[in-house]
Design a protein around this ligand. Sequence first.
Ligand code: Q9C
Ligand code: ZN
Length: 352
Amino acid sequence: MLIVSSDAHRAHHAVELDTGELIPSWEHPGRADAVSAAVAGADLGTMVGPDPLDRSLVDRVHDPVYVEFLETAHERWVAEGHRAPGAMGFAWPARGAASPDRRPDDLLGQLGWHSFAADCSIVAGTWAAAADAAACAQTAADAVDLAAGAESSAFALCRPPGHHAGVDTFGGYCYLNNAAIAAQRLLDRGATRVALVDVDFHHGNGTQELFSDRDDVAFCSIHGDPTWAFPWFSGHAGETGVGAGEGFTLNLPLDRGATLEVWLDALGGGLDWVRGHGCDALVVSLGVDTFEGDPISEFALGTDDFPAVGAALAGLGLPTVLVLEGGYATDELGANVAGVLTGFATTAAASI
Ligand code: Q9C
Ligand code: ZN
């Protein structure tokens, strides 16, 4: 398994508004460093840096106006003389009350226009980190053999994560949707349909938005039920895709406290659904915030449970790109991610 990572993430350390307080983000540089150390120690494969980012790939996944906004927002923030290190909006176009398609000219207005949550800000290093994370996903997607099975796999050690980033919005610690970029790259390389399985604790609302009207990506997400879990406004079982994409989205919301047994039962149903959709490659949005010790999530998987997650995913027998998403229990994060990857690699090797 090729491992793709970059050090550019270290300059992205942002603040978040958490229950009325501005705090250092739960999504911090120590996360990627912990994953990197554990993956290196697990001897899973060669570690490389990313190839240069293909901007046209990013511009086909996201609105190019949004990508340009992300790239320039911090320099505009500095030029306007704001004191805070991170650019963050504080007013959003509310449901039912906003003029459609009237993007404001002003930076603070655009920060609200292009975000859906105040849990991330844009600091000096954010664009470089997000662009390199996307490049890691692109490079991992280029590394798998589309004629092979699960024995051909790559892991993109992305930070910041991506699955909450939509067509033209950031939020949930995500700016560019790394997993969607990997899926689009696999399609561009000749895959006819890509399965995108999101095992992060949170609903992959950005990924769902990007692909909901398309039939070339089958998207399945297992997550805390949006009646009580972030991002609250999507991820219900009734959301199954729209137009040509009807039937190509599957949401599996679960109650608080899901154990491995409950959670794997849902994943099994999701993987059976994927098997019925004729996919020739797999992208995994790999969040391990399903961990029982995660400080901001409410499922109950143990460190010893994660290899079974990887093994189940490898059971699809597809060439696979695993993309790092969430996981905030920094002390156990490396072991939990390495556990998934080891379970995946062991099962994939046994199936040849
Ligand atoms: N009180 C991912 O896992 N903010 N994003 C939580 C905590 C939202 C999680 C605030 C969590 C976003 C990629
Ligand atoms: Zn998450």
